[in-house]
Design a protein around this ligand. Structure first.
Ligand code: PXG
Length: 295
């Protein structure tokens, strides 16, 4: 808890964090039945807000969840929550749960979905990680296959990602690489990934089992703007081991270099020139674009 209690938005009202509560009969808790977004704001502007809201609605549609608000209303709730907490830089966790229902799986028992918005400061990877790079390890826990829950849905059920994170930490790594059922690389537990090989960038296709990462999309734009070539392909661990550069993208991590993967040193072991360039371009973009919070 922070020194000044945060004000949390729940279904039309603000509550101090100690009173911000959801029913034990909410299917978000009982079944992980709901969707969420993690959004950043920088320098008084929310980065790619509309893209996050679009993805939230897409996730909700995929799980047959009706969000009881329009896109514009959700945008206003998000901005109002940041304003209420007087923040200029930080992180928004926006969630829509299936709502209060009966014990029993059927979502049709839940009358109305609940909307929660939390805005807070964010704890980041230490600055030295952006200089030295992260250590990654492959996890045994696979990304769910498309014939189970679509891995593109940003749902409230993150257990496979959490199990993978536990494995990564247990093996002394900081992030874990998750494979899909066929053994190709999908993504990390909370980030997408890219490699550079002989000056060309590569990233796994979304159908390999990743999220449509918003930061992934932004980095694709930065790659195009820099006049570089990007290929979306199926990628194996071999492709990562032998890359000249490897980096991760995500709302929390931003663009972060990788120094080591499964005990293989990546490239020179130092962040490479293309990774450095994309980190700089990304930092410039987040500071200078986005939806104004206070004007
Ligand atoms: N893959 C997964 C599985 C994720 O959860 C990403 C990729 C990157 O997507 P974006 O749209 O952020 O570029 C994510 C995002 C958290 C947290 O609190 C997690 C994410 C984002 C922000 C915060 O752990 N995951």
């Amino acid at each position: 808890m922070s020194a000044t209690p945060l004000q949390i938005y729940i279904d039309g009202q603000f509550y101090p964090e100690s009173d911000a509560k959801i029913s034990v009969f909410d299917h978000g808790l009982l079944y992980g039945d709901g969707v969420f977004e993690g959004i950043r704001f920088y320098n008084g502007r929310v980065f790619r807000l509309e893209e996050h809201i679009d993805r939230l609605f897409d996730s909700a549609k995929a799980i047959h969840l009706s969000i009881p608000a329009t896109r514009e209303e959700i945008i206003e709730m998000t901005l109002a929550t940041i304003r209420k907490n007087n923040l200029r830089d930080g992180y928004v966790r926006l969630l829509v749960t299936r709502g209060v229902g009966k014990l029993g799986l059927s979502p049709y028992q839940c009358e109305k979905a609940s909307i929660v918005v939390i805005a807070s400061a964010i704890s980041l990877y230490p600055a030295e990680k952006y200089e030295k790079g992260l250590i990654l390890a492959t996890c045994a826990t696979r990304r769910p296959n498309h014939d189970a829950l679509s891995p593109a849905v940003k749902s409230l059920n993150y257990l496979s990602n959490i199990m993978a994170k536990v494995e990564a930490i247990a093996s002394g790594a900081e992030e874990g690489v998750m494979l899909n059922a066929t053994g190709y690389v999908a993504e990390c537990t909370g980030d997408n990934l890219f490699t550079v090989k002989k000056g060309i960038l590569y990233t796994p296709t979304v159908s390999s089992g990743s999220l449509y990462g918003i930061t992934r999309g932004v980095v694709m734009e930065l790659i195009a703007a820099a006049g570089l070539e990007l290929r979306e392909v199926e990628m194996s661990r071999y492709d990562l081991y032998t890359a000249d550069e490897l980096f991760l993208t995500g709302t929390a991590a931003e663009v972060v270099p990788v120094a080591e993967y499964d005990k293989r040193i990546i490239g020179s072991g130092q962040p490479g020139p293309i990774t450095r360039r994309l980190i700089a371009d990304f930092r410039n973009l987040v500071q200078t674009t986005g939806t104004s919070i206070y004007e």
